[in-house]
Design a protein around this ligand. Structure first.
Ligand SMILES: [Zn+2]
Length: 330
């Protein structure tokens, strides 16, 4: 079997040495220090993967990425940059992800492996998990897709859908109603891919916004979804309001996601405990990473009391804890 070819486009010579050391056991490593060289080598060798420094001395790495993806849509491009501001641009150009310098070499290596895993095997995993699982209402799925488009552009949603085996939604977004859309396992798969593609830093704001928008827009687009439309809480104390609305919303989330959402409280706080958390399933981390429910609960509380409140995740299954636990102050 032929070793896959990987083209490293990088103008720092020490980094090229590092890449070569890390990759040459498994790949045929080709290197280019300028955009012009990169295009020449690409045309000649047609590599399966390219690691692309965005800041080159001649042509920008974004232009080189566009050139590559235009000629060979299947080539995986991993963009690398010392600056944070270009994520949207590189994804629009067709790169699969952006890695920030300085990076940990081992992380990049893992990423290359994840991204070069054939999509068909990801799809078949998703297929196996389908049985017995119910579907997420279209409006929630659509709101999440909208949040990705708004923050990352349409190109990124396309990459995300492709990697998640959800090609059926490319150019065909679900409606804002109760009809069934993706399965619970597909929902989890999307979150996993958001982490794989964007890294923890990039995933955090998107997932948080998805949670916020998930509640906020449901009230506009699909007011019956969480069963809170028209509830009268005027005469309740603030804590009664919080408890009343959390109980209602959590019950609905249990139905939608098919797993327990336990509400507990002490003198100072409410706690939502998830023994089976769909937001961090299959992921490991050294800090809590379930950003969607944080955004969601914050929006719920703001709606109920009219006051913004910080929700904090104090335990996470991705860290090895038994539950994901969210703390909501009284
Ligand atoms: Zn979790």
């Amino acid at each position: 079997m032929h070793a896959k070819k990987i083209l490293v486009v990088e103008d720092e010579s020490e980094l090229i040495v590092l890449y070569d050391e890390m990759l040459h056991d498994e790949f045929k490593v080709l290197t280019a220090a300028t955009g012009k060289d990169a295009i020449e080598i690409f045309d000649r060798e047609n590599p399966e993967i390219a690691i692309m420094d965005i800041h080159l001395l001649d042509i920008s790495g974004i232009e080189v990425t566009k050139y590559i993806k235009n000629k060979s849509p299947d080539t995986i491009v991993i963009a690398v940059s010392a600056y944070g501001e270009k994520l949207k641009d590189v994804l629009e150009a067709g790169a699969s992800t952006l890695v920030q310098k300085p990076f940990i070499v081992k992380e990049l290596f893992t990423l290359i492996h994840d991204l070069t895993q054939p999509i068909s095997s990801i799809e078949s995993q998703a297929q196996i998990n389908l049985e017995g699982s119910n579907n997420i209402p279209s409006s929630l799925t659509r709101i999440a897709f909208d949040a990705v488009i708004e923050n990352m552009g349409e190109g990124s949603l396309k990459i995300l859908l492709k990697r998640s085996g959800l090609d059926r939604y490319i150019g065909n977004l679900p409606p804002y109603d109760d009809s069934p859309s993706i399965t619970r396992d597909e929902y989890t798969k999307i979150i996993q891919n958001v982490f794989y593609i964007l890294g923890e830093k990039g995933a955090k704001p998107i997932l948080y916004i998805c949670g916020k928008a998930g509640f906020k827009h449901s009230l506009e687009d699909n007011p019956t979804l969480f069963g809170v439309a028209g509830v009268a809480m005027k005469l309740m104390s603030e804590n009664k309001k919080k408890k009343f609305i959390l109980t209602k919303v959590l019950k609905r989330l249990e139905e939608i996601f098919g797993n327990p959402h336990i509400l507990e409280e002490d003198e100072e706080n409410f706690y939502v405990k998830l023994p089976l958390c769909p937001y961090c399933k299959g992921l490991t981390s050294t800090k809590p990473i379930c950003y969607t429910p944080i955004g969601f609960y914050e929006e719920v509380i703001k709606w109920a009391t009219g006051k913004p409140e910080k929700v904090e995740q104090i335990q996470c299954k991705a860290m090895g804890h038994e539950y994901c636990i969210f703390k909501i102050p009284k």
